[in-house]
Design a protein around this ligand. Structure first.
Ligand code: ATP
Length: 262
């Protein structure tokens, strides 16, 4: 950890995390901090436990051991009444958008609002939903469409609009550019960066996308061998001299992504 990280507020703190499914140990003694205002890219081979890590942080996966605190609250131990306060500070874009198929985009965006603010009028719910839809780069007409009527990129933006519904401080994005064409992926990256800068978000970004890593991540955490084996900027990661990291960033795709990065 360098000096600038020492001075930054820690938003997520994970200590000695283990996750096990039967005899399959996915994480063992995993440690990771996420700092306010950064986009942290989380990378690792398929099945290394990136999504399980995210699910552990947001309370959908009970770890076998370890501690996780988010905004200073230990969601595993503390009073469950603290949970709602912390949960409303984050937004989540799951893989594929995870929209409710029987609801329109606007109705999807209203789901978290109705949960946390049941007293809001229909007019206010509609206005907030429309502003989040616009913020996510969708045209207003998209608000009235059902998920089956949307392209892959529009689904991600609709999922993002829902993730932004509660004005989060922390955004979880699980492979947001997967399945998008390169232009759509670059636009989504641009939007993520813009939102981070204008809304002051902290972003936990799971990705396989080398372009996103080079274009928007402030720091990258690499998961391999059941833990975070290195974190930092690409050059710092390469200094760890781990075979997976070297292959990932110095292979043909890694080199190509670096060439086009800003
Ligand atoms: N509920 C579960 N029960 C049993 N095993 C699980 C469960 N959830 C995840 N796993 C296993 O945990 C491992 C990590 O899964 P995870 O989805 O977190 O990987 P990942 O790094 O996100 O992969 P990818 O990059 O392919 O999305 C996998 O081997 C998966 O099969």
């Amino acid at each position: 950890m360098n000096n600038s990280q020492n001075q930054r507020e820690t938003v997520i703190e994970i200590n000695s995390l283990s996750n096990k499914f039967g005899a399959h140990m996915v994480h063992e003694d995993l440690n990771l901090n996420v700092y306010r205002g950064e986009i942290l890219g989380v990378v690792g081979g398929s099945g290394t436990g990136k999504s399980v890590l995210m699910r552990s942080i947001i309370g959908l996966q009970q770890p076998s051991a370890g501690e996780i605190s988010v905004f200073g609250a230990n969601l595993l131990d503390d009073d469950p009444s603290d949970d709602a306060t912390v949960r409303r500070k984050w937004g989540i874009l799951f893989q594929g958008g995870a929209l409710f198929s029987t609801l329109t985009v606007a109705e999807n965006v209203q789901v978290p609002l109705r949960e946390y603010y049941p007293h809001f009028s229909e007019k206010l719910l509609h206005e907030i939903a429309m502003s989040k839809i616009q913020l996510s780069g969708l045209r207003p007409e998209a608000a009235y469409k059902y998920p089956s009527e949307l392209s892959g990129g529009m689904k991600k933006r609709a999922g993002l609009a829902r993730a932004l519904a509660l004005d989060p401080e922390l955004l979880f994005l699980d492979e947001p550019t997967a399945g998008l064409d390169p232009i759509g992926a670059a636009k989504f990256d641009e939007l993520t960066l813009q939102l981070k800068e204008t809304l002051g978000l902290t972003v936990f970004l799971i990705t396989h996308d080398l372009d996103s890593i080079h274009a928007i991540c402030d720091r990258i955490a690499v998961i391999a061998d059941r833990k975070v084996i290195a974190d930092g900027k690409v050059d710092e990661l390469l200094a760890a001299n781990h075979p997976w990291i070297n292959e990932y960033f110095s292979g043909p795709r890694g080199r190509a992504a670096k060439l086009v990065s800003p």
